[in-house]
Design a protein around this ligand. Structure first.
Ligand code: PRP
Ligand code: URA
Length: 208
């Protein structure tokens, strides 16, 4: 199963505050960041370690570190940007790429407007960031764009996902692991996740 749902009281607690319509922009941003950190922690469970010599105040020993150069985070603009601070808390030296996609509000189809990825992206594990996985159209398109650059290892982090979006990604890209903090009920007639949290981009950037 490539769908990993965080199942933790702290996550439910934070998601419940995030959902409230009167949560302030400041608190909304902080919660998105914290939840992104938890997702990243979970997604790095299988990270490869290399041995390094460490000298403690007591003795020399062998420690184990992650080669951060093997990872790139790619937020989907705009809302994915809200997750960058959180994942950088966990892995501060990872490279960052950007993919610009927005959903056409009528067709719900993703429209591409930007793509800038780090050099040697094909040799890295790419971790895509987008708080909302609704129809899965944007997520699936972002994964295809990254695969076109030769990337073999891709993970997708979302904070809230609709069942239809999870299914879409698993059908289109069965090799990609999807980490989500909470699986919601369904989409409404406008393609919004129910109960959801509204428009994540607008809430992060205060645009509405
Ligand atoms: C939101 C969200 C995802 C997309 C999810 O972005 O951040 O990228 O919708 O919907 P989907 O799974 O049905 O494709 P939006 O298009 O609102 O753009 P924004 O981040 O610039 O606000
Ligand atoms: N994008 C959002 O920001 N929210 C939704 O509920 C669906 C797509």
């Amino acid at each position: 199963m490539k769908e990993i749902i965080l199942n933790h009281p702290l996550v439910e607690h934070k998601i419940s505050i995030l959902r409230r319509k009167d949560t302030s922009t400041k608190e909304f941003r902080e919660l998105i960041s914290e939840l992104a950190m938890f997702l990243c922690y979970e997604a790095l469970k299988d990270a490869e370690l290399k041995d390094v010599e460490v000298e403690t105040p007591i003795t020399k020993t062998i420690g184990h570190v992650i080669d951060e150069n093997n990872y790139a985070f790619v937020p989907i603009l705009r809302a994915g940007m809200g997750m960058v601070d959180g994942v950088l808390q966990v892995m501060p030296n990872a490279k960052i790429g950007h993919i610009g996609l927005y959903r056409n509000e009528e067709t719900l189809e993703p429209v591409e407007y930007y793509c800038k990825l780090p050099n040697n992206i094909e040799s890295k594990t790419v971790i895509i960031l987008d708080p909302m996985l609704a129809t899965g159209g944007s997520g699936s398109e972002a994964i295809s764009m990254i695969k076109k650059r030769g990337v073999k290892h891709i993970k997708f982090l979302s904070i809230i996902a609709a069942p239809v979006g999870l299914e879409r990604i698993q059908n289109d890209h069965p090799d990609v692991e999807i980490y989500t903090a909470y699986k919601d009920s369904h989409l409404n007639e406008n393609g919004y996740i129910v109960p959801g949290l509204g428009d994540a981009g607008d809430r992060i950037f205060g645009t509405k």
